[in-house]
Design a protein. Structure first.
Length: 325
């Protein structure tokens, strides 16, 4: 990086990239220009710090880039919007090899395109350690935003996507287990590169609209807790609906608790929402609980006794997890 320089690298990682249709002006000027067809944007931002949210000895640069975009795209989609553009700021040491930056940029572009958008601009600065900041924009397409505050008593709680597998991957890495063991492959891949089921939400636009929706980033119990609080309701989760035999088998190998991974592990970036009980759930969604009167979240009617999920300023000396809302 010290030899190549900021602007030469920016030109290099932007060369040959094709902008999404919603981008009217991409990198190369003082700012980007995005279309806002209905006059509104959904906007979300996240920051990742090396050693706290990612490690280069655990993930490739491309994986880290994909993960940085995926967690932001999931937030935008959870609001009922289609991702349009991402603005990225990177801070890195001067002795960073150029291929590392290129790998992160490649991963970001791969995931941005998968989500339906593109990288529209950003910044690159000198930093003592790696810092990645992503701001995501989304288009609601004339529809009302899907928030956490619409759940009603008697409604069904349903999820789309896998739960617990990212936490399993973290457990494998933290334990120093043999990462070449095929039994760990899916858990490691899910932790390194989350796969938010964007289409399962985007395909709902116009029909099968949930009453409330959020993505599972901090942990199922934690995120359902945010939804319940915003809606002024309680939520009861059915443990049997969350059973995953393959995950349980992996947990047994590591002498861990698969249920805790599922309920509090987080960072799978699945989506969880609520629907009226009279409404058939759309394809790709499965029921896991019910909305009730009261407050908080229970599992089979009982308040959970273990941890409920990730929070940035708790356990600040804990092993890096990669968690970031």
């Amino acid at each position: 990086m010290r030899e190549l320089g900021e602007f030469a690298l920016i030109d290099r990682i932007n060369a040959g990239r094709e902008q999404a249709a919603q981008v009217l002006l991409g990198p190369g000027d003082d700012a980007a220009l995005l279309a806002a067809p209905d006059g509104r944007f959904v906007v979300s931002t996240d920051m990742l710090v090396e050693g706290r949210h990612f490690r280069f000895d655990w993930s490739t640069p491309r994986d880290i880039g994909r993960k940085a975009i995926a967690q932001n795209a999931a937030d935008v989609v959870a609001m009922g919007a289609r991702p349009t553009g991402f603005v990225v700021a990177l801070g890195c040491p001067a002795d960073t090899p150029v291929p590392v930056v290129e790998g992160i940029a490649d991963g970001m572009w791969l995931e941005a395109v998968r989500a339906g958008g593109s990288i529209t601009g950003g910044d690159l600065v000198l930093s003592e350690q790696w810092v990645i900041s992503v701001t995501a924009f989304g288009d609601l397409g004339g529809q009302a935003a899907l928030t956490r505050s619409g759940a009603g008593v008697g409604e069904v709680v349903a999820v789309s996507g896998e739960l617990g597998w990212s936490a399993a991957g973290l457990a494998v890495l933290s334990a120093g287990a043999d990462t070449s063991d095929p039994a760990f492959a899916h858990a490691l891949a899910t932790h390194r590169v989350p796969q938010p089921p964007y289409a399962e939400v985007i395909d709902l636009f116009g029909e099968h609209i949930p009453t409330a929706l959020t993505d599972v980033s901090d942990g199922l119990l934690a995120d359902l807790g945010h939804l319940a609080h915003a809606s002024g309701v309680a939520i009861d989760v059915h443990a049997a609906a969350l059973t995953d035999p393959e995950l349980s088998a992996l947990a047994d190998r590591l002498e861990a608790d698969a249920a805790q991974w599922i309920l509090a592990g987080g960072e799978d970036h699945a989506f969880v929402g609520t629907w009226p009980s009279s409404t058939a759930l759309p394809p790709g969604w499965r029921p896991i609980g019910v909305v009730t009167a009261g407050s908080g979240v229970t599992v089979d009617g009982t308040r959970p006794s273990g941890g409920t999920g990730w929070e940035s300023f708790r356990g600040a000396d804990a092993t890096p997890t990669g968690h970031n809302r």
